[in-house]
Design a protein around this ligand. Sequence first.
Ligand code: DGL
Length: 215
Amino acid sequence: MKLGVFDSGIGGEAVADALRKTFPEAEVLVVNDRANIPYGGKTPAHILRLTDAAIQPLLARTCDVIILACNTATALAIDALRQKYPAQKFIGIEPMVKTAAALTKTKTIAVCATKATLSSARYARLVRDHATGLQIIEPDCGEWASLIENNRMNRTHIERTINAVCEQGSDVIILGCTHYHWIKRLITDLAAGRAAVIEPSEAIGRRVKALLADP
Ligand code: DGL
């Protein structure tokens, strides 16, 4: 089995690591687009154009599935890519709003994601379908992907954001950008006793299995 993984940067490596654990036999090919990171502040048309160009090596290698391991690319590009390449299976990653809605007791959740994801129609639909009536806090994480990519993320910066969303009553924090998977442990420690931290690494493995079993 050949799995293609795309992200603008190192978020894809976090997802690829999880996939290699779930599918030790699989060949996991990872491509990124570090020259254009961050995607999160770009326009929808630009994100689509960049994502389309960046996945060409994966399309050329005929992967069983291409995983857009990027919430931003999923939000802005997956529909158009499915239309353009109908023979190719794609899996995308989206903020786990439905799971958070099922978990929250305070009826308040926080979604940490890029500006492009939070402004997208797909995200608006997720919220409308699964989180009506909940208070949703969307802290400004605009700098996070670049800071993580360049290994310059600092604890104080994250601590301020996590404390703020917990103080506003969030008891679930969604990591809606795969770059943030690399700081999940830190966020989990900072939120301990106040909020659960969720991201989709395990769910992606299950989705790949389901898609390949039932095409
Ligand atoms: N890792 C990407 C995501 O999941 C975003 C990083 C970027 O802004 O390029 O949304």
